[in-house]
Write a protein of this length. Structure first.
Length: 320
């Protein structure tokens, strides 16, 4: 009797395990093939099919403000924007490391820098689901485990639980596995073109809030991220990758924290730094922005043309 019960239990457990791991395999492989907005860049990077000559790496300030179309046209190059919306240098560095692991080395990396590039996370990694199909990669796993708010500890022991509570992610993975790509990425080589305007109402709210801010705190980079950033700079120099640090335009009333710190880093490691943060042409005209931190399509195009010209001229430092 006990023997029969044990056999049934083992058989049932085997069926459940096979089903769970099969679903996990299908979803993971599907997401790795997905060409939707969240997974398309990752699919190209990890499949080794991106192979750009020039990479743009950064946060939303790179994602919506650096146009590969203009860079390609003016520099006669093959550029790609791998910037991660809402993320600091921890995730940016992990992605660039994976890019170099699976793709040919770029000639140039444009590293977008700003106030929050080297500031620590206070919450979960924004849209960390992008990394889940590659959870078995130890560097990605360590990055996701850097905050308990990203994935539960149980995922380290039962990886098939990584998609728990994410029904849309599961659905997209299954559909993509069977080559059913319902929503393709609208991005152009990783760049999101935001054709927005800064409405008078939102501008007035910014002015009101800006007048109320009395920020007297000393600005400091996160020490661990600063070490990681300097290691990244040294890696680029060692591998003869032309590294260009770029602080893109902010609206002129927004604080451009970190500029002097980036100047010091660029000087210390002999790399190029372009400071557009309070650009005399762009930063003082509201029409180029949709909020104080991000340029719209018009501003991004004007800015990318200016950046391209500096790169063509071989400039090593720019501040305006």
């Amino acid at each position: 009797m006990l023997s029969k019960l044990l056999k049934k239990t083992l058989k049932f457990s085997a069926i459940v395990a096979l089903t769970v791991y099969s679903i996990d395999f299908i979803v993971t492989e599907g997401l790795r093939r997905s060409n939707s907005i969240h997974y398309d860049n990752f699919s190209k990077i990890f499949s080794g099919s991106m192979n750009a000559d020039l990479l743009i790496n950064g946060s939303s300030k790179g994602y919506v403000q650096f146009s590969p179309k203009i860079l390609d046209s003016l520099l006669r190059t093959n550029s790609y924007n791998i910037s991660l919306d809402g993320n600091n240098f921890l995730t940016q560095n992990t992605l660039i490391t994976k890019y170099l692991q699976y793709n040919t080395k770029p000639q140039t990396i444009v590293q977008v820098v700003s106030t929050n590039t080297l500031k620590g996370f206070s919450n979960e990694i924004f849209l960390y689901e992008k990394f889940l199909p590659y959870f078995e990669d130890i560097e990605i796993r360590n990055m996701l485990n850097s905050s308990g708010k990203n994935t539960a500890q149980i995922v380290n022991y039962l990886p098939f639980t990584k998609y728990n509570g994410k029904p849309l992610t599961l659905l997209e993975g299954v559909l993509s596995f069977f080559n059913l790509h319902l929503i393709q990425s609208p991005l152009y080589k990783g760049y999101r073109e935001d054709d927005f305007i800064w409405t008078d109402e939102n501008y007035a709210k910014f002015i009101e809030l800006n007048n109320e801010i009395n920020d007297t705190k000393e600005f400091k980079f996160d020490e661990e991220l600063l070490v990681l950033f300097e290691e990244f700079i040294v890696m680029c120099n060692t591998q003869n990758i032309n590294l260009i640090l770029v602080y893109p335009p902010l609206y002129h009333l927004a604080n451009n924290y970190g500029v002097q710190e980036y100047i010091n880093l660029a000087t210390k490691h002999n790399v190029t730094f372009f400071d557009f943060s309070h650009d005399s042409e762009i930063s003082f005209d509201k029409k180029y922005f949709y909020d104080s931190q991000h340029m719209n399509k018009l501003g991004s195009e004007v800015f990318t043309v200016k950046l391209s010209k500096l790169i063509l001229e071989g400039q090593h430092h720019f501040s305006n």
